[in-house]
Design a protein around this ligand. Structure first.
Ligand code: COS
Length: 387
């Protein structure tokens, strides 16, 4: 039916499914419970090429397209959304930005190890007082008198993978008076003086992915580590988030699929009032609506992947398609996991089954990389052209 899905796409999807079900699903509950970062399986994902799917082979990746990335990420997230989070940050938020805006030396030094999965990348935009309103950061980068280094100070928050990241793409202000146009992006080595890992966030879901504050205390960043030009940072951040939002939509789809499949199996076996519960119309209605929304999410994700592929040639933006996919798939994941718990009744609420984990994990997809409210804003603005 979808002739844009090639044999190569199916192969990476199957490889991801196989790895996810064999190696990730069995450990997901333990890591959710303990909050331990699954470093071994994250490294294995790197070895399998899942940490730099769209990056060309000469830069350490596997040189496939966004659809391949999306299909693989859905399978990983279906087994465990936390692994999906780490994978998506490496691929979209770190590697995509560096691929698009980095110079050759930056790509060799930072992209190759991250895309090949030997090192972990992170992306840092949010601050304690700057979330959705991303143009209002308080952190600062000031060029020294010699013009060789930027001195960076400030606190960033909610940085996914930060406790384990080797490198961070940082967005900070070089010219605060210019607001959006005063934001600049930098490549940060986390093992240098002045980089401090702050408190780890205790989270509702995606508990095995590590998230923390990071603090810059007179961190000296060489000029050659500036990503793009001074003042180009906000556009880089937004461009990268457009790609990232397709990843989060794919993650949400994986969570929703897992919850739906568990619900179908439960409806086929659980009995009440002398019948399988799947014979009751109220359960049938839930399953029918869950399946329909899951498939609608998938189609919006395909559309966003195709729009991104087209944009590669034309340079056009695909914010509309990415935001629609992220909005719909994340709200579907939340809704489907809620219905799945209801279908499972008390067992859905129990930690003996993974349903309550899916439910907790789904929530973040409506929040990070732009809340549902922000996605609606992006969609409406692209319809009207009004701000
Ligand atoms: N791609 C490229 N450029 C973009 C862009 C995109 N997707 N979105 C906006 N820009 C550009 C605009 O074209 C504008 O450029 P000019 O200054 O040349 O006109 C500039 O960026 C500012 O855009 P805008 O005025 O629309 O900025 P707003 O402050 O109104 O913010 C939203 C726009 C709300 C969409 C943006 O701040 C956003 O996405 N916020 C959410 C941030 C987020 O997702 N945080 C989570 C981080 S990851 S956990």
């Amino acid at each position: 039916m979808f002739d844009f899905i090639t044999e190569e796409h199916k192969m990476i999807q199957e490889a991801a499914r196989d790895f996810a079900q064999r190696s990730v699903a069995p450990i997901a509950g333990h890591h959710d419970e303990t909050g331990e970062f699954p470093i071994d399986t994250v490294r294995q994902m790197g070895g399998l090429g899942f940490m730099g799917i769209e990056v060309p082979e000469e830069y350490g990746g596997v040189g496939m397209d966004t659809l391949a990335y999306s299909l693989a990420l859905t399978e990983i997230s279906k087994a465990d959304a936390s692994h999906g989070t780490v994978m998506s940050v490496n691929n979209s938020l770190f590697a995509h930005g560096l691929m698009k805006f980095g110079d050759e030396a930056q790509k060799q030094k930072y992209l190759v190890p991250v895309a090949s999965g030997q090192k972990i990348g992170a992306y840092s935009l949010t601050e304690p007082m700057s979330g959705s309103d991303a143009g209002t950061m308080r952190s600062r980068a000031v060029l020294n008198e010699a013009g060789t280094h930027y001195i960076i100070n400030g606190t960033k928050s909610w940085v996914t993978s930060a406790p384990f990241a080797d490198f961070v793409v940082l967005f900070t202000m070089t010219a605060p008076e210019k607001k959006h146009q005063g934001v600049t992006a930098f490549l940060i080595d986390t093992d240098k003086p002045g980089f401090v890992r702050g408190k780890t966030e205790p989270k509702l879901g995606i508990r095995a992915s590590a998230t923390s504050e990071i603090i810059f205390d007179n961190y000296e960043c060489p000029v050659e580590n500036r990503l793009g030009e001074e003042g180009q940072g906000f556009k880089i951040a937004m461009t990268v988030l457009d790609a990232g939002r397709i990843g989060i939509a794919s993650q949400a789809l994986g969570i929703a699929e897992a919850a739906l499949e568990a619900s179908i199996a439960y409806a086929q076996e659980r009995e009440a009032f002398g019948k399988k519960i799947g014979q009751f119309q109220m359960i049938q209605q839930k399953l029918a609506d869950m399946k329909t929304r899951v498939e609608a999410s998938r189609l919006l994700i395909y559309q966003a992947c195709l729009a991104k592929a087209a944009a590669k040639k034309t340079g056009a933006r695909y914010s509309l398609e990415a935001s629609m996919a992220k909005l719909f798939a994340s709200e579907t994941a939340m809704w489907v996991t809620t219905q799945a718990i209801q279908i499972h009744g008390g067992m859905g609420y129990s930690k003996e089954l993974p349903l309550e984990r899916y439910f907790r994990d789904a929530k973040i997809t409506e929040i990070y990389e732009g809340t549902s409210e922000i996605q609606r804003m992006v969609i409406a603005r692209s319809l009207t052209g009004l701000r």
